[in-house]
Design a protein around this ligand. Structure first.
Ligand SMILES: [Zn+2]
Length: 275
């Protein structure tokens, strides 16, 4: 794998069949965003970093807990590693269990496929709830959580001086990926907040694929808002969930499978509000 420079000192690599990883190189150190899906991929990332900079890696940040972004963290246990606090929620009942986005269904399935004990998944050393900053000498990296959206643990990493934001799976070049940790309403409001950070020339680095521009963020947000607003209208009309997608007055973005998943999640959120 090789990094390419998207802005001075800001590098990204699109891993084959993997999530994007980004590297921010400052005068006093560098910060990595996302780690790939296994410790082997994590080690490839370490090698690639050593080929482009002598600056020491200081911090590794996870955009969220999904396996393709986070399970390479085990290759970085000698550094500060940082993620949202809901990656890990410890509860102690009679039988101790660990829940959190690192233990969502998708991650457990991947761990099983890889022969990884889910209880041995590497956890970040630093957990944040809202916002933090890391100083790399000539530039600051701002790291913020705007609420439950694609997952419960999404972080946006911004380098304002370079007009770059790294957004994980909050923005996709294709349709949004929903799972049981997603919130449709929260995703729309998170993208409203993200949009406030953008300038016309901001480079938006998504969790998969090549950089996107602010207009794409606006279109993506409009698609999610269309799902939420129409689902809310249908819910208030007491239209059964199974009849919402084919309702004659409604039009849906993306493909049917994506829209129906989004509608189902929106219905569950709306039902929870009435309880
Ligand atoms: Zn994801």
């Amino acid at each position: 794998m090789e990094f390419s420079e998207v802005r001075p000192g800001i590098f990204m690599a699109v891993l084959e069949e993997e999530a994007t990883v980004s590297l921010i190189v400052g005068e006093t150190g560098c910060l990595l965003v996302d780690t790939g899906s296994t410790s082997g991929v994590g080690n490839q990332i370490r090698e690639a970093i050593s080929r482009i900079t002598d600056q020491p890696l200081t911090t590794v940040v996870l955009t969220h807990g999904h396996w393709d972004h986070s399970f390479g963290l085990s290759a970085f246990s000698d550094y500060e590693t940082l993620g949202h606090e809901d990656l890990v929620q410890h509860t102690t009942d009679d039988i101790p269990v660990i829940v959190g986005d690192l233990y969502c269904r998708e991650n457990l399935n991947w761990a099983t496929d890889q022969g990884i004990n889910p209880k041995k998944v590497t956890l970040p050393t630093t957990l944040i709830s809202l916002i933090t900053v890391r100083d790399l000498g000539n530039l600051s990296v701002e790291i913020a959580h705007f609420g439950q959206a694609h997952s419960r643990t999404d972080l946006i990493i911004a380098i304002p001086t370079h007009r770059v934001v790294i957004v994980g799976d909050l923005v996709e070049s294709g349709p949004p990926q929903f799972d049981e940790t997603s919130s449709i309403h929260g995703w729309v409001t998170t993208l409203d907040s993200l949009y406030g950070l953008l300038k016309p020339d901001t480079c938006v680095i998504p969790g998969h694929g090549e950089p996107l521009g602010p207009e794409h963020v606006a279109h993506f947000r409009a698609g999610l808002a269309a799902i939420w607003d129409q689902a809310e209208w249908a819910f208030k009309q007491s239209i059964p969930l199974a009849e919402v997608y084919t309702h004659k007055d409604l039009n849906w973005p993306w493909d049917r499978t994506t829209a129906e998943k989004g509608i189902s999640l929106a219905y569950a959120e709306l039902a929870a509000r009435t309880m």
